[in-house]
Design a protein around this ligand. Structure first.
Ligand code: UTP
Length: 273
């Protein structure tokens, strides 16, 4: 299979845990200190060698498109001033990456959002990044860790981390055999199980590499928990054939979809040397 060139950013959720901030603004535009979550996500993808950034958005998400466009008025306004340096990173991304957009007309689940992105991805393996899972690593980033495994293993890969039993109902949970340190061949996945139904303590976080057969599987998958099309249910079909790995990523994650996680991320980045 070709190397990973494209990353899909599902960003069509309603962000109800963050109301009222997300009433008219996408949660992906919330800043950690002074940079929006989505920009951290695109930077992580770019560091993993990905050039094509594909977004699945919804109503009220236009700010996302504007963020990855050039604002000529603003450029003129700050030209030559010391504030120009604040735009350096975003300018580089806009220059070096390709951006494409599609809309999910109704938030019918992460699986449905990924299927909506098929038109932007086509028939090749791709990454998925949920920008509200904010990750800090000492290396090229979680997607970089996943693409390195993909280069060797050529199958779908999910990033996982250990969570306490009290939190299993917030995640897709996996079970599997550890085939090398931190790398598991997934045998079972369950979306948001109660602690007693969880197959283990490893939770899927918002970083994936998916092989393109996932689209056909998603099309054949019935809506699951909450009557939403669940990506975990489709991945479970691949896992049954031994075609899903889980990598316990090296680094730290903040759930910026929750107010507490978001506050912790801001404090962490603000105080970082
Ligand atoms: P969440 O479960 O965090 O849902 O989605 P949400 O709607 O964004 O937030 P809350 O729970 O109401 O506060 C996980 C990711 O999947 C995307 C979201 O944008 C988020 O990045 N998603 C979810 C979609 O793009 N479409 C959907 O139909 C559902």
């Amino acid at each position: 299979m070709p190397p990973i060139r494209k990353c899909l950013f599902p960003a069509a959720g309603y962000g109800t845990r963050f109301l009222p901030a997300t009433k008219a603004m996408p949660k992906e535009m919330l800043p950690v200190v002074n940079k929006p979550l989505i920009q951290y996500g695109v930077e992580e993808a770019a560091r993993a060698g990905i050039t094509d950034m594909a977004f699945v958005t919804g109503r009220g998400k236009r700010a996302l498109e504007d963020h990855f466009d050039t604002s000529h008025e603003l450029e003129r306004q700050i030209a030559g001033s010391e504030r120009e340096s604040l735009l350096e990173d975003i300018r580089r991304l806009v220059r070096e990456c390709r951006f494409s957009w599609t809309r999910q007309r109704e938030a019918r689940g992460l699986g449905h959002a990924v299927l909506t992105g098929e038109t932007l991805i086509g028939n090749e393996p791709f990454a998925v990044l949920l920008a509200d899972d904010f990750c800090v690593t000492g290396d090229a980033g979680v997607l970089g860790q996943l693409t390195a495994v993909f280069a060797e293993q050529q199958c779908s890969i999910v990033a996982v981390e250990e969570v306490p039993a009290s939190e299993t109902a917030s995640y897709g949970m996996i079970a599997g055999e550890e085939i090398s340190p931190g790398l598991f061949r997934v045998s079972r996945m369950v979306e948001k199980p109660a602690p007693e139904e969880a197959p283990g303590n490893l939770a899927i976080i918002g970083r994936y590499i998916l092989t393109p057969d996932i689209f056909a599987i998603l099309r054949a998958t019935e809506p699951g928990r909450n009557n939403e099309l669940q990506l975990t249910d489709a991945l479970q079909s691949q896992a049954r054939q031994g075609k899903v790995l889980a990598l316990r990523f090296r680094g730290r994650r903040f759930d910026c979809g929750s107010v507490a996680g978001y506050m912790a991320a801001n404090e962490y980045v603000w105080k970082r040397p």
